[in-house]
Design a protein around this ligand. Sequence first.
Ligand SMILES: Nc1ncnc2c1ncn2[C@@H]1O[C@H](COP(=O)(O)OP(=O)(O)OP(=O)(O)O)[C@@H](O)[C@H]1O
Ligand SMILES: [Mg+2]
Length: 637
Amino acid sequence: SMHGRDGAGDQLQCSAAVERLNAAGQAIKRQVIRKATVLLGRNEFQEIIIRIEDGKVPQSYVLKEFKLFTKFVKEGKCTVQLLPENIQLLISNCPPDQLNVFLKTLSIKHQAWQTLKPLTYRDKLKAALPRSFETISPLQQRDVQKANELRSKATSKGLADRTNNTMRTVPGQQVKRPRSDCDFSPSKANPSKRPVLSLPAARKLNKEQAAVLTAVLSGKNVFFTGSAGTGKSFLLKRIVGSLPPKSTYATASTGVAACHIGGTTLHSFAGIGSGAAPLEQCIELAQRPGVLPHWTLCRHLVIDEVSMVDAPLFDKLEAIARSVRRSTEPFGGIQLIMCGDFLQLPPVSKGKEKAAFCFQARSWRKVIQVNMELTEVRRQTDQSFISLLQAVRVGRVTEEITAKLMESAYHKIERDGILATRLCTHKDDVELTNENKLKQLPGSEHVFEALDSDPSQVKTIDAQSPVSRALQLKVGAQVMLTRNLEVERGLVNGARGVVLGFEPGKQGLPRVRFLCGATEVLKRERWMFKVGGGLYVSRQQLPLKLAWAISIHKSQGMTLDCVEISLARVFECGQAYVALSRAKTLEGLRVMDFDPRVVRADPDVLLFYKQLRKERLLMQASMDEFVGRKKKDNHLR
Ligand SMILES: Nc1ncnc2c1ncn2[C@@H]1O[C@H](COP(=O)(O)OP(=O)(O)OP(=O)(O)O)[C@@H](O)[C@H]1O
Ligand SMILES: [Mg+2]
């Protein structure tokens, strides 16, 4: 397949434009290639070549002196300016992860190449080698080493800028701080501060996850499931990073879940309000100016926490897609990539009747081509706790499990002034608890107002944002981190902490001690939200929320350090499982009043999973097919 070597760093699938510039840097000629393959390779003299293919005549450029513009890599865009040639290559609509590895490869290979003695024109003539092009080999530690050696030499001699002034992010694009995930912005003023280069640090997918990614990249409609903590959302993020950004929409059934994967809610993608209106009316709503482009531009629709999408909504979306896109294919030909665990929270029921699951939708079978399951739990490591959770998931609570969970009521979880977060079945309890606990603390309240880029969109932002418009804090407030700040230090989304104090000065930023041991002064972070018509709005706020209590519904998808659960008022199948499976360890969990009767698995779901499992042969076969095809591809190269 086209993606056979995805991640190897030697090629891009993207749109490209080649511009010839005049002396003033203005484009005098422009050629656009909508569907391009950009290859990184070497010629017969081991020089680095960028080659652009459009299926006809490839264009090649030797990479000698160039500038890189990398501010928008996350949106799949970058520009390479070839200085001697006065040409610039504008790359867009490229899978961001692919672009990231490509640029890193390009940058490091180029720096390593600079350590070689340059060949003169005469040398080249004398060598009389036949012309050749070979794709570049994947980055290796020795490339990185060479590049770093060169950097440190250059720094110690103060020569950094002779070799490097061709290789920096261009100030014309207002680059304020270096990008976090690519090292293309060495600071000119102080070369010794330049970060040491390293291999791309993407955490590896396991085999199952990789097989799902391969299935997705083959273009099939994929549903994948797996128990809590098997890395579904983790993988979904990687999938989004591997697809072309212009035609990929990342969504989830709830705002919190959407935020985990950096997307929007399914409802805001669809633009049909609650979706309760009759189909005809929904089709009209979906064609409003701000919404229509979602439906027409979308080729890959990603949905997390699909267990909370109900059958009528699923069928409606499917019908809207066909109608708006004037296509008879299932879902109007949009590739669907969905994941979730139907043994977690079900769709919210309207009225008394139980809501139907989306796998019970009429169009489900027509749409889904591949079903897959992740089985390796990553959130917990203790095997006996994992088994306990697996049993709870399917509603099989043994006496041993009951005993263990009842015992947990005596767990002392409090450490360093950090209390357990109470997971509540009902939303009202959450707000009351947090308000009251904050009130009861002595000391003055510090209020942090959010800065929204467009205050008229405050409702949209509130619906999707993990942080509130106004955050009230006091010394001693129990808080939770709402964003990954530094994964290595344990400063991750869901990490629990306590406010120790406030920094002096006007801003008075809070100093927080976290359970992982780190103490950190938190600054405002920026969240971006897609609103209609490809527009973005942002909110800046501290990455914190009060954490005496959160609702089980809001905890879906989270990983939590220390939790206390009261299950007396559980009202849904799967609700107890969601709550219990947030904890990383049994020791970090306290169940106040465990009663095995609150653990219920929906019989419809159990049946659905049983059927899927029966058909697993089919699924395994299709998995082998993907893996097999991939191998063959590599072989051919
Ligand atoms: N391949 C991986 N390498 C490293 N960490 C991983 C990997 N896959 C998952 N994880 C980690 O495992 C934890 C659980 O993953 P994630 O939240 O994606 O699970 P999930 O299946 O979406 O769970 P839930 O059903 O509760 O939403 C996260 O901390 C995630 O970073
Ligand atoms: Mg998840």
